[in-house]
Design a protein around this ligand. Sequence first.
Ligand code: NDP
Ligand code: 8X3
Length: 253
Amino acid sequence: MEGIAFITGATSGFGESCARLFAKKGWKLILAARRRKRLEELKNELEKITPVHTIALDVRDRAGVEKEISNLPESFRDVDLLVNNAGLALGLEPAWAVDMDDWETMVDTNIRGLLYCTRALLPGMVARNRGHIINIGSVAGTYPYPGGNVYGGTKAFVKQFSRNLRCDLLGTQVRVTNIEPGLAETEFSIVRFKGDKEKADQVYRGTQPIRPDDIAAILYWVATLPVHININSMEIMPTCQAWGPFAIHRENE
Ligand code: NDP
Ligand code: 8X3
């Protein structure tokens, strides 16, 4: 099954890998992110194999999202798949020490941005009785860790919002999936540590993390299952990752 995929955060990591794979499989692409130059480079490359429409867009800009989606070119209008992938973590400080701006940026991107894109594209999917929204959540939306505070909170929102969407969409053929990856090497940690590449590299030191192409392959499988099958959620960790024991603070130790 081919169709039209709208991918947010297409300029790196999971989004970029998905763009490449879906292009190879014959899907038409709408690629959105803020970095215009990277978008244009990707468009030039992928346009050789499939039609591509790019949107230089900050998903936090509600009016911008609404305008761009209502002005999609005719041949890109009937979006079959929305991949709500644009997102980020900022910092790992404890809650009492974080920069409030970082919390706001995560909420505005991972929650509000995802909502704006979803709300703008969903009516068309329901009207056509066809479509799929794949949200990129995280294991951080289920399992807490020190410094995960608001990032994990935003992904917990994505998890429950995905489930609630399924309830609203019951009776339609529109599907919803929450993909929840664990340790994956992308630009994620460079962004989290605000450009500190050395610190970012330490996150993946001695590991074999998930690669963006792994997530793209999983996402493609989820998106191309028969329409009567809905994968509600999928939690994915690299084999080198698992859970730890409960943390217990002991006095005088
Ligand atoms: P990357 O940093 O490599 O990619 C993030 C993408 O999101 C970029 O294309 C970036 O593009 C885009 N983006 C960020 N903010 C905005 C914005 N305001 N408006 C539009 N686009 C935006 O990281 P990943 O590929 O790892 O991240 C993709 C998703 O996966 C995120 O939601 C992340 O939380 C999630 N995730 C990541 C994991 C990991 O370990 N890597 C694990 C679990 C989930 P640009 O800067 O050009 O706007
Ligand atoms: C990204 C995975 O564990 O760094 O969502 O939060 S983690």
